[in-house]
Design a protein around this ligand. Sequence first.
Ligand code: DGJ
Length: 738
Amino acid sequence: MAVLFREKEKLFVLETKDTVYQMMIGDYGVLKHLYYGKKVGDCNLSYLLQMYDRGFSGQIPEAGDRREFSMDTLPQEYPTYGIGDYRSEALRIIDGNGGYGADLRYQSHRIYSGKYNISGLPAMYAKENEADTLELTLRDQVTGLVVKLLYGIFRELDVITRAVRIVNEGTTEMTLEKAASTCLELPHSSLDMIRFHGKHAMEREWERLPVGHGNQSVGSVRGTSSHQHNPFVILCAKEATETYGDCYAMSFVYSGNFLAEAEVDQIGQTRMLMGIHPTQFSWKLEPGGAFETPEVVMSYSAEGFSKLSHTFHQAYRNHLCRGKYKLSSRPVLINNWEATYFQFDEEKLLQIAREAGSLGVELFVLDDGWFGKREDDTSGLGDWYVNESKIRGGIGKLAKSLNEIGMKFGIWFEPEAVSEDSDLYRAHPDWCLSIMNRKPNRSRYELILDLSREDVREYLFTSMCSVLDSANIEYIKWDMNRSLSDVWSARLPGNRQGEVFHRYVLGLYELLEKLIQRYPDILFEGCSGGGGRFDAGMLYYTPQIWCSDNTDAVERLSIQYGTSFGYPISAVGSHVSVCPNHQTRRTTPLHTRGVVAMAGSFGYELDVSQLSEDEKNEVRQQIRLYKKYQPLIYNGRYDRLSNPYEEKGYAAWQFTDEERTEVLVNYVLTRKHANENIYYLKLRDLEEKAYYQADGGEHIYTGAALMYAGLPMPRDKKEYEAVQIYLRRVSFYENDSD
Ligand code: DGJ
């Protein structure tokens, strides 16, 4: 068991592979947090709690004269608002009398093998022997509010998951105004927060800032996790690097509004929180009613970011992604979006597909514009039936023609949106989110369907099934091209409108689940104008997500760098596109575009029929190499060898298999200088006492030399040129003199 309750000491000890988490039932039943970090042996860490009387920090009534016993300074597992803790809270609730107070005390606990379930929400899963659960029940004696803290402890991974079940066991209605999924208290400050901000076509930009006094947060109120901030954050020691130092990460398994907070308090302690964003969140809890928060996945590394990322890569690939393509290789695809945009007919599509097939591409993806009256982005969304003026003979015929030339067929949907110029909107104008008596905001000429409504979900399910049943469709790209606004549902009473944002996400998950259950062999790729909903929640349904609408190889270096901190490489949809690039007008070598796109789920997005013979040969070679490297790229360990935000000359990364027999080194010169320096890449985590040799190379390197002395990159490279070196372990050696 990874969870232990030491009865006499009232101590809970949660152990993962290299970490330990301790908390205890303190005086008056207050649940105190003690420690999360590297293993410390058999030691009760309650001595860490040093309590002193602090001015303006009061006491709970039972503490009497113990002026040091204040909720305002105690590290807690699930702090609440209203009873004397003035820091950022995990829970804010209004009771039946309008009182803002919840005083939670330990009531009971349960430990069992296997991982807890939360209903209707994505979450990490595990076999009985892979994880254990601690369920801690806290109760507010006055109102009957019961809060169950759920901890999932993975035995062989440094992962602890948390979620919360909140039940009204009282007699009057309560209103939840904030319900974070987790809280982590650290006894010190001097930490940095690494977060990933962005915008459309430039997502997950790495940013490292010191955490100061007061509340610092990132979040989304856009209804999706958003391009602007990602629900993955790291708090780390000032001196932490890729391979050194304390770091704590939280990743939200949720695709809607979120808030990640860090606060240094008056006495230099740091509190970290993550959960649903409280803005426009208000959930009615009738007597007997329950609410479950989404899950947060937490990890700690004593050895820097690199270990943290490996943990998330393994965790999400093995315990979050599902389906036929979870671990298996995925087809190399070609998508027609950047090749044709809305201007295509079936002949044009087949022309691209035939050419792509002859180069080794395996799946053809028909993007936006195949349905309804969709000639551009002003119309047609919601009308999920084929536009026969573009695809003569329909989807079934097109799929058949593609299958005949040996290609799989995939198709694009944007189920959550509706165009005003569509049959669906004309028939059901009330199906979209819009505030009573107001005209809703448009974005990209779209309105949002109210997925909190069952009839809307039923329409989407039925109309999508009729397309999917009409042809041999083996892939779906699930797009979503705007942020939510005017969030109000005609199906809910006025005092429940604070539930719509979350009910929308629950509706989305329900629809996705129904579809993947019915079509278990379809590969789903998530997308939201690129990476606007790149989160662990979506990964539960879609094992890959289109990483960004920006396909420029140089900009992708930063986007994919940021994404790699919290998400596995297999999740990152990445394509080779045409040059000059459509987003930046930059020209990069085809080879570089291939090397960069290979750090993900690889594909093409250009009219390959326009390529020269030389370029076609290069594409053939890329596909051959990608198929050779794919197991290493997907299952191997990924190491960032540079930080494009700090390293101004180049970007580099490495894949290594578990046995350290194969290594793929990737390098792109991002800025050329006169009289260029030599850049040496120090590789990571190889066998020190082994010999390695590069494909096609003669020199023999020791693993130790590659790690400690490094590998020089060629100086004669031009700006934006790439180098890819594949090394194999050839033998071991016994001692240093050999
Ligand atoms: C946004 C996506 O990210 C693009 O790849 C493309 O599918 C367009 N939407 C189509 O409208």
